[in-house]
Ligand binder design. Structure first.
Ligand code: PMP
Length: 326
């Protein structure tokens, strides 16, 4: 289904139109399909928002031509923004707490971005404050701020969701995705509910994360190893709309770790831990639907495999659970 057969001018043109592949462990009556986002040039779902946010901000003048974006991020979003900035003539500066993965910082720098480190003990809050301070010092700089920017879910409403609905001729019964900023799930859910008001929506997080508090549940906070999803500070989940979600499912790190290995060994997917957590939640929902425990408007479930395990090899993702650093 990837349609890039003609020669293209820029890697930016290869963002989106990723493959949708049936999960072989899903029941025949209610197949699960996974959107393989590591096919993007920066190897994650976040290339979509990097390109979309920068192009929209250039269009509406929020970001001047040749201007600068400053984003506090240590992860895939930084790489996604760096790819877009590289091709759009924008300078990118990332503010990253010291303890975060060296690999991702190396990739951001290779793409031409500047990385400013903040002390580990100041946490992500320290990085956010420093990013705003830096942006104020530069007169042509903006902070896209993916946790509160409506362009983040809009990128998925405009690209990820229509691609899924086209591929399945609009017959999508449920959408399942892990929430970091919740941009991916919210954009897809809004599009899905407009297509069919009974579209079932499942948010996924690791055990120990606090998204479940948004549905009034008294869950216990704990550290977790699954990367890219979950929250320790529900007040920052500004994009998350509980009205668009039917259930919030928590997946245990041990199950996620085993699923990451099963997906590689049995289905040939080299995917990161959030993809594995999503896959467990999606297959479980499909099984409940097949057993008549949940009503879906169509017999299909769609989820997202956000990135590749290659990004986490040094953390021991394919070793035993205890030595997985997460
Ligand atoms: N998986 C991975 C690997 C991610 O990096 C992210 C983004 N933090 C997500 C899932 C969640 O995406 P979102 O921020 O759109 O909720």
């Amino acid at each position: 289904m990837t349609t890039h057969r003609e020669p293209l001018d820029s890697v930016l043109d290869t963002i989106a139109e990723t493959p949708l592949v049936r999960v072989q462990a899903s029941p025949d009556e209610v197949p699960v399909y996974a959107k393989l986002e590591s096919f993007n040039p920066g190897a994650s779902v976040k290339d979509r928002i990097g390109k979309y946010m920068l192009e929209q901000m250039l269009d509406d003048g929020t970001l001047p031509e040749g201007g600068t974006v400053v984003e506090p991020t240590a992860g895939n979003t930084g790489i996604g923004i760096a790819v877009a900035a590289n091709q759009l003539g924008i300078r990118a500066v990332f503010v990253v707490p010291e303890r975060f993965s060296v690999e991702k910082q190396t990739l951001m720098r290779a793409l031409g971005a500047d990385v400013v480190n903040t002390p580990t003990e100041d946490g992500m809050g320290g990085a956010i404050d420093r990013a705003h301070q830096l942006a104020e010092e530069l007169d042509d700089a903006v902070v896209p701020q993916q946790f509160s920017n409506p362009l983040n879910p809009e990128a998925h409403y405009e690209t990820t969701a229509p691609e899924i609905y086209d591929a399945l001729d609009d017959e999508v019964g449920a959408l399942v995705a892990g929430c970091g900023t919740a941009g991916t799930l919210m954009g897809m859910a809004r599009y899905g509910r407009e297509r069919h008001e009974d579209t079932f929506v499942t948010a996924v997080e690791p055990v120990g994360s606090l998204y479940a508090t948004h549905e009034g549940r008294d869950v216990e906070e704990a550290e977790y190893k699954t990367e890219g999803i979950g929250t320790h500070n529900p007040a920052t989940n500004e994009l998350f709309d509980p009205e668009l979600v039917d259930e919030i499912v928590q997946i245990d790190d041990r199950d996620t770790h085993a699923e990451m290995q099963r997906l590689a060994a049995e289905e040939g997917h080299l995917v990161g831990s959030s993809a594995a957590a999503n896959c467990l939640a999606a297959v479980d929902l499909a099984e409940r639907a097949a057993a008549g425990e949940v009503d879906l408007p169509y017999d299909s479930v769609v989820t997202v495999f956000a990135d590749s395990s290659e990004r986490y090899l040094s953390k021991g993702v394919y070793g035993d659970f205890e030595s997985w650093e997460g």
